[in-house]
Design a protein around this ligand. Structure first.
Ligand code: ATP
Ligand code: MG
Length: 448
């Protein structure tokens, strides 16, 4: 248990906490089950992210039975219970009424398990499990059939369900991709018909769903293709949609157009961080607007810096935190530098390898190669250089300080920075064995 990161629940303990919550409520005579995603995941043999309990007991009763319980969504009848430092969400069975903002119900009424199943998004998410009776499944929506046939299907009429809450359209793509299921045809048609309304959803929610799709899908490239097929890509990321049909020079890109190249790379990722996944998605976003085919071959001049600006605008629109935005944008902007690795000065290489973005940039480069010509020479060079540098700091503290330069007679002002840069460059080039030798050289440069 010691190796569970703080803030993350330990799966077995989270499960037993949820079961204890069920038991305590059931003891008092309230029908209570495990509900939703955790039931789906347990039946699939996956570890649930969190546990939800659904009960007949009203929120006030839940609060009174579990000291320290926090009513989180009181208007939805949801109470967060803490037990053994695990959190369990307890929701009273309910029906949702009237969605006027395209996301939330206007009101709710407390109800019974069957109506509670009807308000849930997909049949595979609408199952209940009774842990007190050998995990009996209570299924009002044929969710077990869909689970065994691996289909994501709306509960009820898909068009109505997506009109109520537009976010469900993205959730449908997420569950299909993450679980490696199929999307029911009628459900897919309903998304296609109202995909444009996805832009009414808060940017942060869209960002989080897209990030989960990109990082949790075993084949994130196929997920991107599915987003396109159901019509969600164009309204959400028109810049990525524009990569479709943007041809590339076949000698470097035998795999096809820019979209196909990106899909291949996304499919090759293995448990990527969110930053890597977004860097991969966006790395060639500058290609469609820079496409030229008027000389000897197709070119995308300056597509990396232009793509960097575009990535920045996209991430701003999706309300990414500044540090993530800067990180991902730097990866996009710099992704063509790897071409110059064989000719790079040692100091430039050291700056590149020493940058905090480097591990992600390196993996981005590997995927870029694997997703196109397959030539890993520069990747191998970077790995070799990294190994060569393993025993010393890639970007060591500077031997020469501003004080030294002042002492050599340079007056306060921009001239100091010039000499400091020159000295650090020489140090990174390993041209001198120690500070003394570097200082002698610098003195000569300044007086010469
Ligand atoms: P995961 O936690 O892995 O994302 P989940 O299915 O548990 O998947 P949650 O967002 O935790 O998803 O929601 C728990 C349950 O609440 C879902 O399984 C579903 O039954 C219901 N639910 C969540 N969001 C919606 C929604 N937008 N519309 C209808 N029902 C929803
Ligand atoms: Mg959940």
């Amino acid at each position: 248990m010691g190796n569970v990161p703080p803030g993350r629940s330990e799966p077995a303990r989270a499960y037993s906490a949820a079961v204890r919550v069920v038991e305590r409520l059931a003891e008092k005579g309230f029908t209570t089950y495990l509900a939703g995603g955790c039931v789906r995941d347990r039946l699939l043999g996956r570890t649930p992210v969190d546990y939800d309990v659904a009960t007949e007991a009203r929120p006030e009763i839940v609060e009174s039975l579990f000291p320290g319980a926090i009513p989180t969504g009181k208007c939805f009848g949801v109470v967060r219970v803490r037990l053994d430092s695990e959190e369990v969400e307890v929701a009273t069975f309910r029906a949702d009424h009237g969605y006027h903002d395209g996301r939330h119900p206007d009101s709710i009424t407390f109800s019974d398990p069957e109506t509670d199943a009807q308000r849930r998004d997909f049949t595979i998410n609408a199952l209940f499990m009774d842990p007190q009776h050998s995990d009996t499944i209570i299924d009002f929506v044929e969710g077990q059939r869909d689970l065994s046939e691996r289909i994501v299907r709306c509960v009820g009429d898909p068009a109505t369900r997506f009109k109520e809450d537009h976010l469900r359209m993205l959730r449908a793509v997420r569950f299909t991709s993450v679980l490696d299921f199929r999307l029911d045809a009628e459900t897919a048609d309903a998304i296609r018909a109202q995909a444009a309304s996805i832009t009414q959803i808060a940017a942060e929610r869209i960002r989080d769903e897209l990030t989960r799709i990109l990082t949790e899908s075993p084949r994130a490239g196929d997920a991107l293709t599915l987003l396109h097929e159901v019509g969600l890509l164009e309204p959400l990321l028109p810049e990525i949609s524009a990569m479709r049909g943007t041809l590339q020079p076949p000698q470097f890109h035998p795999e096809g157009d820019v979209f196909e190249h990106t899909v291949l790379m996304l499919n090759e990722m293995e448990e990527p961080s969110a930053r890597l996944a977004w860097a991969v998605l966006l790395h060639d976003v500058g290609k469609p607007p820079t496409f030229t085919d008027d000389t000897d071959r197709i070119r995308f001049n300056r597509h990396a810096p232009i793509g960097g600006d575009m990535a920045e605008a996209i991430l701003r629109r999706l309300k990414f935190p500044n540090d993530d935005r800067d990180f991902i944008t730097a990866c996009v902007r710099g992704h063509m530098r790897t071409m110059d690795v064989p000719r790079m000065r040692r100091s430039t290489l050291r700056r590149m390898v020493g940058a905090p973005t480097f591990p992600v940039e390196l993996e981005l480069h590997r995927l870029d190669c694997v997703g196109s010509h397959g030539d890993l020479d520069n990747y191998d060079r970077l790995i070799a250089f990294q190994e060569e540098m393993a025993s010393e700091p890639v970007l060591p503290p500077a031997w020469i300080t501003g004080r030294d330069v002042l002492d050599l007679g340079i007056p306060e002002g921009p001239g100091i920075g010039h000499w400091l840069r020159l000295a650090y460059e020489a140090q990174l080039e390993d041209r001198f064995p120690d500070r003394e030798a570097l200082l002698v050289w610098l003195t000569e440069q300044i007086s010469g």
